[in-house]
Structures are given as structure tokens and as C-alpha cells.
Design a protein around this ligand. Sequence first.
Ligand code: FES
Ligand code: FES
Length: 208
Amino acid sequence: MNRRKFLKASAISAGVVGLGGIALSAGNNSTVLEPPTQTVPSTSNADPFALQSITLNINGQSYQVGVEPRDMLNNVIRDYLGLIGTKRPCNRGECGGCTVLIDDVPHMSCTYPAYRAVGHAILTVEGYNVDPVLNAVQQAWVQADSGQCSGCQEGQVMAATALLKSNPNPSLDEIKFAMSGNICRCGNYAGIIAGIQLAAQNLQGGSA
Ligand code: FES
Ligand code: FES
């Protein structure tokens, strides 16, 4: 095949492929192979973003709320239910500022699907009236001046509450380990540790 014939054959092949088939050239004859027929999976008519009604137990109260499957617990608590004590500083699981307790275990609510919390006890920073440990932590926070700008404080308080529920008398190392996922941009870690130690002392009957 000389250069002219080669270019001609290539142009024909490219044109055919561009139309969705594959061309096999043999001399002047071209055979077009159609692409195999693919079975397109049937799609459901259901709206994947349709609201589904769920019931959440937050601070001892039942809340019925419509959520999308993709809704995280944080935006349901804050944006749908108006419990804005729970913050959302980073919204990507990096800072701990959105921490809530689920069955007394701390979780970052910005990455926790809301529907997974159904049937579990959720505690937020507003629940100080129903949870004595949370109440004691909040009082100690004020006494020890543990907050600074307060951007991180809700998450710190909730993480501290979870710690004291599972370990009423933590050592300094245990406090540091338990609080390691909660970032304070102000660097007020000494004040936060002092608040936790004071809360532990108060909960055990010590004087403030
Ligand atoms: S807002 Fe959830 S971890 Fe930062
Ligand atoms: S007190 Fe300001 S970020 Fe923690």
C-alpha cells in the first residue's frame, strides 16, 4: 500500500469508527462491525432524594423528621431541628467540633448518616438537663475558664462527657488520648484539661 492509499484507508476507517462502528479494511472492501448490544439496567422510578420520615431520640425527646438518605446527623440536628448548639466547623471529619454522643459514645455528627442513629440515644450539648455528667462538665468549663473563642467548645464538652462516663477518674495521659480528635484552633488545651479534671473532681464529690 502506497502512502496515498494508506491515508485514504485510514480516513475511511476513522470516519466509520466515529459513527459508532469498527471498520475492517481489505482492499477496497470495508466491513462495518456494529458494537455489541448492551443491556441497559432498568432504572427505578423512585426519587433517590425523596424525604423519608425517621424518628430520632435526642436528649430524651423524640423528633420525627423527614431526611434524605444522604443527610448527615449534623445537618438534621442543626438545619432541620434547629438544635444549633452542635457546631460544624469543618464538615469533613477532621476537627471534632461537631461531636455528639450516640449511646454515650462520641461520634462526629458531620460524617454520621442520620438514619443510622434511629433507635439510639443521641446526646447533644443542649442535653445538660437530662444528663448529670454533661451538666457537671459544662459547670466545670465555666469554673475553669476552659473556653476561649468557643469555635471548638461544643465538641470538646461532648468528648469530655463521653470520657468521664466511661472513665470517671482519668489520668492526664488518658485525657490527652481521649481528647486527641478534638482540635482547638486557639490552642486552649491547658484550659480544656483543667475543665475535665475539675468536672471529674466535682462528680466524685470533691469541692470545686
Ligand atoms: S465539623 Fe465534623 S469533624 Fe469538623
Ligand atoms: S476555644 Fe477557640 S477553637 Fe477552641
